[in-house]
Design a protein around this ligand. Structure first.
Ligand code: BTN
Length: 251
């Protein structure tokens, strides 16, 4: 808490030694009426969750954090928060460790092609009364990559930097940059977010393959739409794909 320089994010912080998933706990708190900016942290998650119903390995030493947000945004614009979170994590790692990581669409954070962090945004509420978004951020920090499944193509900050870092300082740095991004989104600075995201993206202008069900679609990665959908130049012209619909394949 002492490391924090934010005004709303982290106004309330819960730290547990072990949780099933910080997102699940944050959702429970949100239903009980938590405050904007409440943060849930766990040193270990016993059933951490990733995108597309995947499990998320969450050993001790990682930063497993969920932020409860009640932003002044419509549901359609709320999905932009995961893009904002990607930018915030990139900026925090650059500021704190002069480390430049990239964003792999939609919101994988990668270093030399290896995943170092991921984001899981979840909406709380009935379909027509969404007010709360849970932004879950998982960062592989102070452990070796042997502690993760070898299939994951992942790395950790410790592997990259060669030393352990202070998780509180990292969390505070991310919250600082996230608060800035959220405020800017609330001012409807969507184009600015798209530019910031694109500056940090990997693979722009390159040929990529995406998977839709069993179907493989190939094209040039042109960028993202204002809503964060993937823009692909295919043989049939320019097409956009939303994150829930397709997966970007690494070649
Ligand atoms: C992904 O890339 O698939 C998203 C991973 C998100 C993991 C974080 S860790 C903190 C929060 N709690 C969870 O159970 N998941 C998110």
């Amino acid at each position: 808490k002492r490391a924090l320089s934010t005004s709303s994010l982290g106004s309330k912080i819960t730290l547990e030694d072990e949780l099933k998933s910080t997102n699940v706990r944050a959702k429970e708190l949100a239903r009980q009426g938590s405050v904007h900016g409440q943060v849930v942290l766990a040193r270990l998650q016993s059933s951490g969750r990733g995108r597309l119903q995947r499990p998320w390995d969450s050993p001790r030493g990682g930063l497993w954090m969920s932020v409860v947000l009640c932003p002044n945004l419509s549901l359609a614009d709320a999905s932009k928060l995961t893009l904002a979170a990607s930018v915030a994590i990139v900026d925090a790692l650059e500021e704190l460790f002069s480390l430049r990581i990239g964003i792999k669409w939609p919101n994988d954070l990668v270093f030399n092609g290896l995943k170092i962090a991921g984001i899981l945004g979840e909406v709380v509420g009935e379909w027509n009364t969404v007010q709360t978004i849970i932004l879950g951020m998982g960062i592989n920090v102070n452990f070796s990559r042997e502690q993760l499944s070898p299939l994951l193509n992942a790395t950790t900050l410790f592997e990259i930097l060669g030393y352990e870092v202070d998780l509180n300082i990292l969390a505070a740095g991310i919250l600082k940059h996230l608060e800035k991004q959220v405020l800017s989104l609330e001012k409807r600075a969507f184009e600015e977010l798209r530019e910031n995201w694109s500056d940090r993206a990997t693979g722009l202008g390159e040929e990529v393959r995406i998977l839709r069900g069993e179907q493989v679609i190939q094209g040039i990665f042109k960028g993202i739409t204002i809503d964060g959908a993937l823009l692909l130049e295919t043989n049939d012209g320019e097409k956009s794909f939303s994150a829930g619909e397709v997966q970007l394949r690494s070649k």
